[in-house]
Structures are given as C-alpha cells and as structure tokens.
Design a protein around this ligand. Structure first.
Ligand SMILES: Nc1ncnc2c1ncn2[C@@H]1O[C@H](COP(=O)(O)OP(=O)(O)OP(=O)(O)O)[C@@H](O)[C@H]1O
Ligand SMILES: [Mg+2]
Length: 609
C-alpha cells in the first residue's frame, strides 16, 4: 500500500464540492444565500447556458473588504459563527465557511466586492489552485460573484449536468423558493440575457406568493396564522380544487430557508385529509419562524433538511393552523360558466331601466312581480337603487328594503338561506340555493361524506355496534385471502364485524356492523370487497389509515347512489346534515359534493353586469 499523505487543499475542496455543489442551481443557491446573509435588499442573478457557462450573482449587501477576500474563498473560514455554542443556534443561512471554497475549486471564479466605508472595490480571481489578487478594482458597494465553466476540472461531475433547459428550470425553481422565503428582498433572474423573474423588494407574503405561483390563484388561497410555544406559523393554503398531482406547489420555509421535512409534509396531508384525493398534493406555502436554538440545521450537506428539537409540537401546530383555517372556510367551489350573453344591451335591464327613466315605477312593480324567487333575490341591489332613484318614498316608508319587508305589493326576499326549495334532478343531483347563489349537490358524494363523518364520530367513541347474524353469511374467497383474515381482525373488530375461516377457501361472517346492516349492505359482498382490496393493495400498516380507508368504503356502500329517487324527507334530512357535518364541501375522496353558481355569475350570464 502507498504511504498515507494529506490531500492537497484543491482536492479537499473538490471533494467538499461533491457534497455541496451538485449543479448550477446549487451554485445559485449558495451565492444567493450569501447575499441574503450579507443583508442585501436587491439580488440580481444571471445565468448562461443553464449556468454551465456562467452564473453571476450581484448584491447590494455589506460587501467584503479587500483584505478579507482570500479568506472568503478559504475553506472553513466564515464570519457567521465562532464557537461550538454558536452551532446550537444558527441564525444565518450559511455557517460552514465552505461554499465559496468549494465552488472556486470546481470553476473559474471572480469575486468583486466593496464595503460601504471603502471608495474602491477589491477583486480576486481563483482558477483551480491559481489565485490572482486581491487587487483594487472599480465597482459599487456590494458583491458580485462570477462563476464560469462549472466543473471544467472535474469531468465526472460535468457529465452529470443536463441540457441547458433542464438546468435553467432547476435554477428557476431554486430562485423561486428563495424568493418565497424572503418577500422583503428584490430579486431578478436573467437567463441568456432574457429576464425571466423580476420581483420588487418589500412585497408582503401574499403578493410574493402570487407573483411566484401565479396571480390567478388569488381567490384560491386562504391565509392562516398561528403562534404557539415560540413557533410563529403563517402562510397560504390552497383550496382543495387547486391540489396538484405533484408536490411542487407545497413549499415549506423555516427561518427564511426552504426545507423538506417528512413530519411537516405529513401534518399538511393530515390537515387536508378527506378534502383532496390522497394521491394529490395541496398547493400551500408555509412560513415558520422558530428560535434557532429549537432547530438543528447542521444535519444535511445542503441544509435542505433540519432536525426539530420538539418535532411533535411543530407537527401539531402546523396541523392545527392549516386544519382550522380549512374548517372555517366555505370550500364549496364556484364554477364559472362561459358567458352566453354577448352584449348586455340585448339583456333585460330590469332595475337600471327604471333608474334611467325608461320604465315607470308601475311598470317596474309589474315586472318585478313576474320574476321568480331566485331572480327576485338577485335583482335585490338593483331594486334598491331603482327605488332610491324613482320612488324614495317607498324606501322611506319602510325601514329597510333588504330585510324582507313588503314594499308596496312587493315581497323582497330576505336572505335566501331560509328558503328550502329543492329539486332532485335526474335522480342524482339536488338543486337548491343559499345566500350566495345556486347550489348543485351530488347526492351520493354528499351522503357519503355524511356517512363517513358519522362513522368517524362513532369509532371515536369505541368499537362500532355489532349485530349477530342468525345464520352465518358465507363468503367464498381465495385460500390466500383466508390468511389475510388474521391481519384484518383488529380492524374488523373496530367496525363490528366478526368473521372466521370456514374451510380452506371460505369465511363465515358471524356478526356484522349494525350500521351497514341497517343500510342493507350485504355482509358477504362487503367482506369480499374488503378482502379483495386488502389482497390487491396490502393492509395499510398504519392502523388509523387502514381504519380510515375502511370507513371510507363503508360510507360509499351505505350512501344513496346516483339514480336513487329520494323522498322529500330524505332530501330534507340530507340537506340538514350538510349543515351539521364538518367538511361537507368534499366527499371523503376529496371530490366536491357541492358546486355553487353564484348570483354574480348569473348576473354576468344574463348581461346584468
Ligand atoms: N455576497 C457576500 N457578501 C458579503 N460577504 C460574503 C458574501 N459571500 C460570502 N461572504 C463572506 O464570505 C464568507 C465565506 O462564504 P461561504 O459561503 O464560503 O461560507 P458561509 O456562508 O460562511 O458558510 P456556508 O459554507 O455554510 O455557506 C462568509 O462567511 C461571508 O463572510
Ligand atoms: Mg455561504
């Protein structure tokens, strides 16, 4: 064996770069983080050819003095921490003192920097292990770091870089995440001379999030906040309708740092449980501020993961913050119809016609009478306007037109909520109204949600009620499914089912859930479906999740189906339950139970606005 020798510093730094500098986006991340730590309020980023040819980051932060330039690119030299104790409470994004040294070891780097109290900038060039400078140069206060020819001297790494477009996309994502984490900082990104991101400084959280994820989401994001045990949580939670197939729009920021944390992801998923399909991911931007002593950021090479000192407190707080916001929101999605009335001129000009003097009050009263109750509801504001202009004495005679008092012969509807006229359409949908507009309810989806919540409540109190069968119900199954029975037994007990093997390919159901029994669900059919699902997908190892899935299945089987004609009483009951049940806006699979066509949209359709 050859003798042991210390490695040359360049090689040491190149090895370190292997951990920290994976691709151009990591260079951008490190340089922007340095700029943020330097107190910059504006940061300009430029890349060429996906960053393979050039990455340049310019900031207006504190700068580095000429004498300190060499130290800045020296490994394990940092201005951010001094002692072991400091490692316990890291308040900056960087602290290891290795990013610039690592990047310089695998590229051609130029640093130009000037501090506020200096008239002149300093410049340092590092190409592999040749260092030129520091020497005086011209430049504004702040720092510009230019990184050319990334991985020029480490061919193995160079090979792993992707096409320029892919690297550009990764850099864009990195910049977006840092921009979300710091709405107070102005940021721009230009790719091959074209500006692709331009964000002004001092944006609030909401403005910044909308600028990054898309302004069209404005009405879809619910602001939440919570402060507990020194943890300050805030952010924007997307309505269930904008959940995505990927977790790209699920962003978690801790103390100004984008992080990924399984426990927080779990808390988010849990908060949305039942509101979105389990395979989808909510759109959410979560900001957390926590005393740096409560979190260890020194556990991952690129600091993308952290370790909380009180992980269950953090989990609970995140879950509560988001869940309670979703609970208080009306999550019934509105749907927009395409405008069918081309010109408002052709549309009926009910109230405004009166106001413009084109119709007499008598005519107006006549026409108003002919409207049905829904229409009366939405002409209300116009009625008020028209009366104020044409017949103020009618308004004056009554205290308030809007409160349901009679105006002359006109009965103006109070809030529509109290009206309970419901139409069952095609034995599948219920059509009714609330104070915002027309509601269209999917009877199966809503009933399923109601059943599910009822079941959840019942298992919360103990095992579900069970009913003994006079004759056991026999289920023919695959021999392998008989073995599954043991695994399923704790679950079956919780839902009130008692079943035993009855031969190599048969199972006997001795007792069945009263809930399912009352709703005429066949014991053998239910058990076969349960076993088929377990055989296909495996039994969920998390008992709560397994229970959840099973209750879901029970609710689906017990609920009224599309095509079932409902009696008036059944309809009334269902709607009453809709008000009582939490999360009635979505079925347990996350699909909506109700759609709303708002009065505002109707007005648009009829050319009234
Ligand atoms: N844009 C900048 N403005 C001012 N000072 C900077 C800038 N970039 C780097 N520095 C100085 O150079 C030092 C080294 O930077 P480097 O990124 O290598 O290490 P770090 O930020 O301290 O830790 P880490 O390796 O975790 O990023 C910093 O501690 C800082 O003092
Ligand atoms: Mg750094």
């Amino acid at each position: 064996m050859k003798p042991i020798r210390p490695l040359p510093p360049l090689v040491v730094n190149q090895i370190a770069a292997g951990e920290v500098v994976e691709r151009p986006a990591s260079v951008v991340k490190e340089l922007v983080e340095n700029a943020i730590d330097a107190g910059a309020t504006r940061i300009e980023i430029a890349i060429e050819q996906g960053g393979r040819q050039l990455v340049r980051v310019t900031d207006n932060g504190t700068g580095i003095s000429l004498e300190q330039l060499v130290l800045a690119v020296t490994a394990h030299a940092t201005s951010k921490i001094e002692s072991t104790e400091d490692l316990g409470a890291i308040a900056t994004l960087g602290f290891r003192g290795e990013a610039l040294a690592s990047i310089a070891a695998v590229s051609r780097m130029t640093l130009v920097s000037r501090t506020a109290d200096c008239d002149e900038a300093g410049r340092l060039d590092v190409h592999g292990d040749t260092v030129t400078g520091p020497q005086p140069a011209s430049g504004p206060p702040g720092t510009t770091v230019t990184v050319r020819d990334l991985f020029f001297n480490t061919p193995a790494r160079r090979k792993f870089m992707r096409a320029a477009a892919t690297e550009t996309a990764r850099t864009t994502r990195t910049v977006e995440m840092l921009a979300l984490a710091h709405p107070e900082i102005g940021l721009s990104l230009s790719c091959d001379g074209r500006v692709t991101i331009e964000l002004p400084p001092d944006q609030g959280q909401r403005r910044r999030v909308l600028d990054v994820v898309g302004p069209e989401l404005d009405g879809e994001l619910l602001a939440f906040s919570l402060s507990e045990h020194g943890l300050v949580i805030s952010g924007l939670a997307g309505r269930p309708g904008i959940a995505r197939g990927t977790a790209r729009h699920q962003i978690v920021l801790l103390n100004g740092r984008p992080i990924s944390d399984r426990s927080i992801t779990h808390a988010i998923k849990e908060a949305y449980r039942g509101l979105i399909d389990p395979g989808r991911h909510p759109t959410i931007v979560l900001f957390m501020e926590l005393d740096p002593q409560q979190v260890d950021v020194n556990v991952h090479p690129t600091k993308a993961e952290v370790r909380f000192r009180m992980p269950s407190m953090v989990h609970a707080a995140v879950l509560t913050a988001i869940r309670s916001r979703l609970r208080e929101a009306d999550l019934t999605p509105s749907f927009e119809l395409q405008r069918v009335v081309a010109s408002p001129a052709g549309a009926s000009d009910f109230g405004s016609g009166v106001a413009a003097g084109r119709a007499s009050t008598a005519e107006f009263v006549q026409r108003f009478r002919m409207l049905d109750s829904v229409q009366k509801g939405f002409v209300y504001s116009e009625v008020k306007q028209a009366l104020a202009a044409e017949a103020p004495e009618l308004l004056a005679a009554r205290d308030d037109v809007g409160s349901g008092t009679a105006v002359g012969e006109i009965e103006i509807l109070p809030t529509i909520k109290q009206v309970r006229e419901v139409l069952q359409v095609h034995c599948s949908y219920l059509v009714t109204q609330d104070d915002q507009g027309l509601l269209i309810i999917d009877q199966h989806a809503l009933h399923e949600r109601v059943m599910f919540e009822t079941l959840m409540e019942a298992v919360g109190r103990g095992n579900l009620e069970s009913q003994r069968l006079l004759m056991p119900a026999m289920v023919e199954v695959e021999p392998s499914q008989v073995d599954l029975l043991d695994e399923l037994r704790p679950l079956l007990t919780r839902i009130g089912i008692e079943a035993e093997p009855a031969g190599p390919a048969a199972i006997a159901v001795h007792a069945f859930s009263s809930f399912l029994f009352e709703r005429r669900v066949e014991p053998s059919e239910f058990l076969r479906d349960l076993l088929d699902t377990a055989a296909r997908d495996g039994v969920n190892t998390d008992p709560e999740a397994a229970l959840h899935e099973t209750l879901d299945m029970m609710a689906c089987k017990a609920a009224v189906k599309a095509g079932d004609r409902l009696s008036d009483r059944e309809i009334a009951e269902l709607l009453e339950q809709r008000e009582r049940v939490e999360r009635s806006s979505n079925c347990p699979h996350g699909r909506p139970t109700t759609l709303r066509l708002t009065i505002r949209d109707l007005e648009k359709q009829f050319g009234r606005s």
